[in-house]
Design a protein around this ligand. Structure first.
Ligand SMILES: NC(=O)c1ccc[n+]([C@@H]2O[C@H](COP(=O)([O-])OP(=O)(O)OC[C@H]3O[C@@H](n4cnc5c(N)ncnc54)[C@H](OP(=O)(O)O)[C@@H]3O)[C@@H](O)[C@H]2O)c1
Length: 429
């Protein structure tokens, strides 16, 4: 009989508690899947006295997570604390040092230190698994690393942050502004007390950096991701988007271009009829375009106790069964430096909302600035007349090089009749 797999879990919050519960609830089924029993032998968290709704009797407790990595009677350490540095990083390094497999849900850690950690795991002869770190319950890591292994990926894009997608959905459906919806989401526990990683695009960018490595065989390069969040999206933009046949989504996009690899997270106008436009609320989705498979779509719950535990436990099963692949699909030494594409060379369509003083000549001045930079207009909308007062003017462009768009916008912003900084949103067809 194969010996049980012994597991040490650091962090007993939403995800950690979920993992312990799932291991217990499905123990028989899991043992059948991997041919051996899975036993949690050690845990670590900050507060030993906190009631977590878990029976921890018979499980060794460690106040110091890094000490648990070396001292616990376990072959696998599961890191569910979070944060790109500090305890989580120390714990993972210590686990490698003593030759223990690591499973983590920590996207910040992998986005910041993915390539060196993959190399360290390989050197130690252990696994570094992280299915839960990207899109929670959706098995997108496995899909890219295994299911699509035969393909060459051209691009991928997705909704990787449930909180910001929920806020955008709620703004549109309940016709309330960003601050209002965010405050409610925080009160209801859908959004963190410090929402900045979610609404400023950082969380989605962490996940994108990981997917980019898996898709293109490059070293994780979080620093070259263009990151813009949703704080500046107004109800006006949401309404204009609907009127123009679009919907605003915080998209994460990674794309191979002739100039290098584009990695970007920003609010995006997508066709209202497109599949991605229909992904609402906290749901996540990833679309991958690869050759020869063509487009494939992955959708589901991107966070929460159950979905995240589902992904962590799948990684535990792989290790229990002896299935192990290089962290990013290819040996760490073969990961290449990422050549970032310069966004100034990006070509696409743009939506621009201006707040202008309603007086003769404004539209002519705006049009001149665009024409001088070779930006070709697709449409221009002006709503409501109110002589000498502030009115919105919205325009969309045909495909334009981003550098030209920026120059035109700088000129437009400097016009006396343009009363607020222009709001620019990229359009993806
Ligand atoms: N929540 C999700 O839906 C989700 C989805 C995907 C990925 N993730 C990732 O999963 C990880 C955990 O997230 P979570 O939502 O479960 O966080 P959480 O609920 O805040 O739990 C964090 C846990 O870490 C423990 N902890 C904090 N500092 C510690 C230290 N110095 N030593 C030992 N334990 C320490 C805490 O202990 P106490 O309980 O004693 O305070 C707590 O149990 C993060 O990397 C997160 O990004 C979360």
């Amino acid at each position: 009989v194969t010996k049980p797999l012994k597991v040490a879990v650091a962090g007993l919050g939403t995800v950690g508690a979920g993992v312990l519960k799932l291991l217990r609830r499905n123990a028989g089924h899991l043992a059948a899947r991997c041919g051996r029993e899975i036993v949690v032998t050690a845990v670590s968290a900050r507060d030993r006295n906190r009631d977590r709704g878990l029976d921890l009797s018979g499980i060794e407790w460690f106040d110091d997570a890094a000490a648990m990595a070396s001292r616990a009677d376990a072959g696998v350490v599961v890191e569910l604390i979070g944060g790109s540095d500090g305890v989580a990083h120390d714990l993972v390094r210590e686990s490698f040092r003593v030759g223990r497999h690591v499973i983590t849900a920590n996207k910040a850690l992998l986005a910041e230190h993915g390539a060196p950690l993959a190399a360290a795991a390989e050197e130690a002869g252990v696994a570094l698994a992280y299915e839960a770190a990207v899109a929670g319950g959706i098995p997108i890591v496995k899909a890219l690393r295994e299911g699509l292994a035969a393909n060459e990926v051209n691009s991928l894009y997705g909704i990787l942050n449930g909180t910001s997608n929920y806020i955008l959905t709620e703004m549109r459906e309940s016709r309330r502004d960003f601050a209002d919806v965010l405050a409610d989401a925080q009160a209801a526990g859908y959004a963190e007390a410090d929402p900045s990683f979610d609404v400023d695009g950082v969380d989605a960018a962490h996940k994108l950096a990981i997917l980019t490595s898996l898709a293109f065989g490059t070293k994780t390069d979080f620093g070259s991701v263009l990151v813009e969040g949703i704080r500046n999206i107004s109800l006006q933009d949401i309404d204009f988007a609907e009127e123009l046949g679009y919907r605003i989504k915080l998209l994460a996009i990674a794309r191979r271009t002739p100039h290098g690899i584009e990695q970007r997270v920003h609010p995006t106008m997508v066709n209202r009829e497109a599949a991605i436009a229909r992904v609402e609320g906290v749901t996540n989705a990833v679309m991958v375009d690869a050759v020869p498979v063509s487009a494939t779509v992955y959708q589901g719950a991107g966070a929460g106790e159950g979905p995240t535990a589902s992904a962590v436990v799948a990684d535990i099963l792989d290790i229990a069964a002896g299935r192990r692949l290089p962290t990013f699909g290819v040996p760490a030494a073969q990961l290449v430096d990422l050549t970032p594409a310069d966004m100034d060379q990006h070509a696409g369509a743009y939506y621009v909302r201006l707040t202008v003083r309603d007086q003769p000549g404004v539209i002519a001045d705006v049009s001149a600035a665009l024409r001088d930079e070779n930006v070709s207009l697709e449409s221009m909308l002006q709503r409501g007349r109110s002589p000498d007062a502030a009115v919105p003017v919205v325009l969309t462009t045909h495909d334009t090089v981003e550098a030209a768009m920026k120059k035109a916008l700088a000129r437009i912003a400097s016009l006396d009749t343009v009363l607020e900084p222009p709001c620019m949103i990229r359009i993806e067809e």
